[in-house]
Ligand binder design. Structure first.
Ligand code: PLP
Length: 394
């Protein structure tokens, strides 16, 4: 199988698996216990905290371990909202193409009396810093903009947006789940106050992630209980998962620039190859995108059928985000960049990883071309387009 769905999840690295298993076997004590076995687990936690912090230019005490990206997003946004509310600030700015962990948290806050402005992301899938600036009011408590989009891979001008927020005294959160371990991040240089990450997007285990919160920002608990994580996240820590996350992130950081160079070239070959398909279009900016991400719309077909036929040919891909497949609604991300419903339905996301070869890339191009042509062969929409009953959009 050619796995081209790394934006949905990644395969754990050998080193991360090794860390996870050996911690489960040997370091199974409770980090809150005072005897040696427990204290060894506590050491593992703190070593992991230092490693994770180092990967994004943070201090260890600014890292809070969570159950993943969704929890980190929820906690970051809710914390900033509560801090704002105390000062009478109840306005939050975000974008139309955030992950649902962000959008649904914002919906919830709206029902609790907050006002939310969702900025447009334009045809190229990019947020314009000046538009963030223009949306800020005296009531604004938080700006939350994702680092890189999980469907179309576009990389946002995070440093510029962060600088604007800092100048205006507004907290800035970024959902960096797709970026951590893949793009260079320095929370100081990038002017980030709060950042969410998830281990299973960088070859670590599922069910573990972290929230960076700049020192001085008081977090709101989502889970009440014991005093773990300095009282900000109760529950006995997932020591094997956290240790494995640190291993995976250290490994990803070490190989980052080489991997990015190689993957960008393969990505560009995929884009060039798939662009040869008539009435197709790349979604999102061609260069300001993750080295791993390719996302296309093909007019006249259904993304779901395309995926099933590609699966038959040994290619694992996605039509949008894994979280929305199964629903027949077109992707909110593709709608946000202005794709109309019909076109948004015929989408394909390929997110490649280090294991991909040049031969795999050629195999993907050949098979996507064949399958799109085959599906168009009995698509009533395609027939209408060809007969001129409907106008082509792409
Ligand atoms: C995967 C993902 C999440 C959710 O992370 P989990 O660890 O699966 O909860 C949030 N945001 C983005 C951008 C993602 O890609």
């Amino acid at each position: 199988m050619i796995y081209a769905d790394n934006a949905a999840t990644t395969r754990m690295s050998e080193a991360a698996i090794h860390t996870m298993v050996s911690l489960a076997q040997e370091t199974w004590g409770n980090p809150s216990s005072l005897y040696t076995t427990g204290q060894r687990a506590k050491e593992v936690l703190e070593e992991a905290r230092s490693a994770v912090a180092a990967a994004i230019g943070a201090e260890p005490r600014e890292i809070l371990f969570t159950s993943g990206g969704s929890e980190a997003d929820n906690q970051a946004i809710r914390s900033a909202a509560e801090l704002g509310k105390k000062k009478g600030k109840t306005h939050i700015i975000s974008t139309a193409f955030e992950h649902h962990a962000v959008l649904h948290t914002l919906k919830k806050l709206e029902s609790e009396g907050f006002t939310v402005t969702l900025l447009p992301v334009h045809e190229n899938g990019l947020v314009v810093p000046e538009e963030v600036e223009a949306a800020i009011t005296d009531e604004t408590a938080l700006v939350t903009v994702m680092f890189a989009n999980n469907e179309i891979g576009t990389i946002q001008p995070i440093r510029e947006i962060g600088a604007i927020c800092r100048a205006r005294g507004v907290l800035f959160h970024t959902d960096a789940v797709q970026a951590v371990g893949h793009l260079p991040i320095d929370v100081m240089l990038d002017n980030i106050d709060l950042l969410s990450a998830s281990a299973h997007k960088f070859h670590g285990p599922k069910g573990v992630g972290f929230l960076y919160a700049r020192k001085g920002i008081r977090l709101t608990n989502l889970i009440e209980g014991g005093a773990q994580e300095r009282g900000r996240r109760a529950g006995t820590e997932n020591v094997p998962g956290i240790g494995a996350m640190a291993t995976a992130l250290t490994e990803a950081a070490a190989g980052m620039s080489e991997s990015a160079k190689r993957l960008s070239a393969l990505r560009d070959r995929l884009i060039a190859g798939l662009s040869e398909i008539p009435h197709s279009a790349l979604n999102g900016d061609a260069t300001k995108r993750l080295p791993s991400n390719v996302n296309f719309c093909f007019e006249g077909i259904e993304g779901e059928s395309l995926l099933l036929l590609l699966d038959d040919r040994g290619i694992a891909a996605s039509s949008g985000s894994a979280c929305t497949s199964g629903s027949l609604d077109p992707s909110h991300v593709l709608l946000a960049i202005g794709r109309v419903h019909d076109v948004a339905h015929g989408s394909l996301r390929l997110s490649i990883g280090d294991d991909i070869t040049e031969a795999d890339v050629e195999y993907i191009i050949k098979n996507v071309k064949e399958v799109v042509e085959y599906l168009r062969g009995f698509s009533p929409i395609w027939r209408d387009l060809v007969n001129g009953k409907k106008a082509f959009i792409l």
